[in-house]
Design a protein around this ligand. Structure first.
Ligand code: AHM
Ligand code: MG
Length: 337
């Protein structure tokens, strides 16, 4: 009976009561939920809305922006500024932090990637929005970049919206991970995936194998061993996936286990890696760890890195805990020799 389900708003209110949290957290999540519903609507309309293709501009990372990157960013900025819950925001699509002005300046900072995996938009493959919420540091009277440069372990909440065959939101506030599916008939997210836990046992890995010529030996060793299958050192066959959409990959791992890797390699290391620490790696690491998995650069826990810049990039390896520990061990062994 679908109408016996718990809505995301009621879930948040219940969690607020249970954990003795203030109502402001529920309010700020409401703004994010609105933004994601609007982006879902635009993504779903696809070519009908004339939203496909390039915007004709580049973002701060020198990447071509798609029309939907720009639109999703505008929606996220607008909806989250309206509620007055945030003191500042930072986005993959904006070079500098955005200070939210207004009488009731909020206590939180919002970092987001409004539309991750946007190379998939024009081919109708899943994309998503990723967000990370931090507290405005005590005594910070200016909302400059420095206020945002907090370690991942300081995150108050993190989540993503997945615009896939159904629209979902997955959220952690540091108390497990819960998934909600949008019932588009009534316009509400319903709790469908309570207490998501990443299965320990896995036989699936995700990596962009076209970059194998650039990989470091520990990554090459791990992938070679997976590919060797039953007759290799792992003694079992593995399967491979690559959606090129991190939200979709992380979601698959939350549901059926596995590992996702965008490691440092000899080519991307000049920039520090491919994925961005503050609005891609940290929120996903928080979610994955809260679901019982692990998240590392190969040489340390992602959430313990001290960020040096807003758009900093990092190597990312996350998923089933035993696999993450194995890859860490391969790096340690390699670095020792
Ligand atoms: P984006 O933020 O510009 O969309 O880039 C991030 C995406 C991730 O979602 C995905 O894992 C990766 O880039 C795909 O990279 P590649 O093009 O090398 O397959
Ligand atoms: Mg991105």
């Amino acid at each position: 009976m679908p109408y016996h389900r718990i809505t995301m708003t009621h879930f948040l209110l219940e969690e607020q009561r249970r954990l003795g949290r203030s109502g402001s957290f529920t309010a700020l999540m409401t703004d994010i939920i609105f933004a994601c519903k609007m982006i879902a609507h635009e993504v779903n309309r696809g070519a009908l809305a004339g939203n496909h293709g390039l915007a004709g501009s580049e973002n701060v990372q020198g990447e071509d922006q798609k029309k939907l990157d720009v639109l999703a960013n505008d929606i996220f900025m607008h909806m989250n500024a309206l509620g007055g819950n945030y003191a500042g925001m930072a986005s993959e699509e904006l070079e500098d932090v955005h200070v939210v002005h207004g009488a009731a300046q909020g206590k939180y900072l919002l970092l987001f990637d409004p539309l991750d995996g946007s190379s998939n938009i024009d081919v109708n493959i899943s994309v998503g929005s990723i967000f990370s919420i931090l507290r405005l540091p005590e005594g910070a009277n200016t909302v400059a970049e420095a206020a945002f440069l907090q370690k991942g372990v300081e995150q108050v909440a993190a989540g993503y919206a997945l615009y896939g065959s159904s629209t979902m939101m997955v959220l952690t506030t540091g108390n497990g991970v819960n998934g909600f599916t949008l019932d588009s008939n009534v316009g509400m997210f319903m709790l469908t995936h309570p207490d998501l836990r990443i299965p320990d046992d896995t036989q699936e890995f995700a990596i962009n194998a076209s970059r194998s010529r650039f990989w470091e030996p520990p990554i090459k060793r791990y992938v070679d061993e997976c590919q060797a299958g039953k007759d290799g050192p792992r003694g079992k066959d593995f399967n491979m996936r690559w959606v090129a959409s991190m939200v979709a990959e992380v979601h698959r791992i939350l549901v059926r286990g596995g590992i996702f890797m965008y490691p440092a390699d000899s080519e991307n290391i000049k920039k520090g890696g491919k994925l961005r620490l503050m609005y891609e790696a940290n929120p996903m690491a928080f979610i994955v760890e809260q679901a019982g998995g692990g998240a590392t650069t190969g040489r340390g826990r992602i959430m313990e890195l001290q960020p040096a810049a807003l758009h900093q990039r990092v190597p990312v390896i996350l998923g089933s805990k035993a696999e993450v520990e194995r890859i860490d061990a391969y790096h340690t062994e390699f670095d020792r020799t």
